[in-house]
Write a new protein. Sequence first.
Length: 73
Amino acid sequence: MLDHPERLFSIAVFLLLFGCIMPFLMVIHAVESTFFLNFLSFGASTAGLFLGTIGIAMQRLKSKKKKEEDFYK
């Protein structure tokens, strides 16, 4: 997982979308608002934010490392 920041970023996008869509569905009463779903959507949104930040940082470190390797060849 740590070798593939793109995969980590795609998981983060899914979690963020879930964290945004579920509260919207609860507000329009398409899904019943429960204590569990409220905390699940909040947790998914928070986890997606952290995973996305980590994925972007790892991608930048990976590209920087690749540039340094290309410089010395």
